[in-house]
Design a protein around this ligand. Structure first.
Ligand code: HEC
Length: 260
């Protein structure tokens, strides 16, 4: 059967065998590309807020920039732990807002007022390795040693990606993913599946990609777009993955009453 005849047959199953093998291989390449994008996203963004895993704060940091207040400061300001006497809370907060966080941590000159001493007196009972493994597992972090304390002691300004980097990324993503989605949409409409399903996937992928790439830029000036950006990216990836699966199925599933 000629390719033209196959294309009007209502299914990609009618294409010659070689074409189906080739297109399937390319679909696998695309699926691999999608998976690699996921892994890349993880690597690129996960440690912006210095905590493992990709959080909304990481994404906000990449596209808008964030003030990441040290967890120690957040908790002390929030009045945790209640039993901490006010002068010691002040002492810890002024240490944490100083430029000498690492220098003064265990300073001998400060004696019993050294932050390490206050932490040992007031916090380590719950926040220590043994505490966490024992009765105080809910305290989540250890504060017994400098390596442990330093992880939660620093507030930082996370700068967004430089404009030039964002432009390079936009140029690659817009042209690459835009063309990919156009081709996938064309293939989808050539499958046996209901045109409504193809239209829904095509609509979702197109709008999601536009919103995703658009919010990369809008997020620079407007805070709070990170959830939209993430949701749009997730919708786009899902719609693309589904389209790939559907085209693949149409290439290989036998058709009832159709060519074998
Ligand atoms: C009586 C036990 C206890 C003491 C004492 C205590 N904490 Fe906690 N702390 C907890 C528990 C339980 C949590 C987790 C629940 C919560 O967030 O309230 C916690 C949470 C925290 C967190 C947030 C951890 C995270 O995962 O983000 C920080 C920071 C913290 N404490 C600092 C301190 C500091 C500093 C002191 C001493 C000045 C202190 N805590 C004293 C029990 C304690």
């Amino acid at each position: 059967m000629s390719v033209a005849a196959a294309l009007v047959s209502g299914s990609l199953r009618a294409l010659p065998w070689g074409a189906r093998v080739g297109i399937s291989a390319l679909l696998l390449v695309l699926a691999g590309g999608l998976a690699a994008s996921g892994a890349h996203l993880q690597n690129q963004h996960q440690n912006r807020d210095e905590r493992p895993g990709v959080s909304l704060l990481d994404i906000e940091g990449a596209y808008h920039g964030v003030e990441a207040t040290a967890p120690l400061v957040v908790q002390l300001r929030a009045g945790h732990p209640e039993e901490l006497p006010a002068p010691e809370r002040e002492l810890l907060l002024s240490w944490l807002s100083s430029k000498r966080i690492s220098e003064d941590y265990d300073s001998l000159e400060l004696g019993a007022d050294a932050p390490a001493e206050v932490l040992a007196r007031r916090c380590v009972e719950c926040h220590s390795r043994t505490g966490l493994e024992g009765a105080h597992g809910d305290a989540r972090i250890a504060l017994g040693t400098w390596p442990e304390v330093s992880k939660v002691a620093f507030s930082r300004r996370v700068e967004p990606l430089p404009t030039a980097v964002l432009a390079a990324s936009t140029h690659a993503h817009a042209l690459g993913l835009g063309s990919l989605s156009l081709v996938l949409a064309l293939f989808l409409f050539l499958t046996r599946f209901p045109a409504r399903l193809s239209a829904a996937l095509c609509g979702l992928a197109g709008v999601a990609l536009l919103v995703d790439l658009g919010s990369w830029w809008l997020a620079r000036s407007s805070a709070g777009l990170a959830p939209l950006l993430v949701a749009a990216g997730a919708c786009y990836a899902t719609a693309s993955a589904l389209s790939i699966v559907l085209v693949f199925l149409d290439l290989w599933l036998p058709r009832r009453g159709g060519p074998r």
